[in-house]
Design a protein around this ligand. Sequence first.
Ligand code: G3P
Ligand code: CA
Length: 373
Amino acid sequence: MRTVLRLPAAAAVAVLVVLLAVLVPPAGGAPDRQGMEQLLVIGHRGASGHRPEHTLASYELAARMGADSIECDVVSTSDGVLVCRHENEISGTTDVADHPEFADRYTTRTVDGVELSGWFTEHFTLAELRTLRAVERLPGVRQENTLYDGLFAVPTLAEYLELREELSGELDREVGAYIETKHPTYSDSLGLSLEEPLVADLRAAGLADEGDPVFLQSFETTNLRELDAEVDVPLVQLLSATGAPADLVAAGDPRTYADLSTAAGLAGIAEYADGVGPAKEQVIPPAADGTPAEPTSLVADAHAAGLLVHPYTFRNENSFLPDELDRGTDPAAYGDALGEQLRFWAAGVDGLFTDQPDTGVLTRDLFLEDAAG
Ligand code: G3P
Ligand code: CA
């Protein structure tokens, strides 16, 4: 993966380097990472801070902003086609509620122990789903993105992979695919297993072998073990600050994400995966009562197990920043996102998921510039 450095004007760099020296604590104890150039900026759901998430427009913008990889979450249609949505319940990210022909499909389901009411992709054929249009998930925080409501379709995984290929050619660099299977155990229970069509789509795109620019990720464990036997691309075990993997819960296995996040748990993950994707508060918990935010041992423990660390999710708006990094009181206003991300690069993470890939590229490049001295 090639780093794209976009250096600001020399004078601005000089000022920023001085600022970094003040803002960024020394990365004491961080492992000697070879290939600092591989620090990965992952466009979370594309460039979802700038376009409705999981649309081809969002993915394309992420690549053009310099994201190394573009994230696609996948769920299944009733006819077994993988499509790009963060969840199988689509009332928050499409205009399905405005389609009277689908009104009778409004229903309630329990997904991973959570009761949800709405419309579910598994009740729509691909042809039906394609009559819907994407809308902004967070219109209150991202009013500007509502400009694009109604313009874009729900893409298939195959279309996302085709776009990745086209953009890689145009931009003369390999734009990475970073694909998450959503609710695999639930999907299995419907007879709509995600892994087989995923592997088929990857193979069709020539992206299932060692060295191909792909990461596969999941909050569950069993399907990653299955994928480990099927493909030779890197796998990432997603972690969470709370709860437990749905497959382990279903199997009566008492292990939680907290268990998986210990040094011993990480060593177990390293048997089948190449990295972990923790929630960002697992890496640097928010400061409390004026106490400076300090990293946990997660990065060091993961690196000791040979695992990459790609935390989620970095967002520029005050709504999603720790209180001490807010600027003003408007939840939609941008806070000190640069300061937050620079803390994480300094803590030794190998990449980060961000809704604003332009910000991620900026902080990564500032960090590298500072590290180069
Ligand atoms: O996959 C990394 C991150 O996206 C996990 O959170 O809920 O946004 O898929 P989520
Ligand atoms: Ca995801």
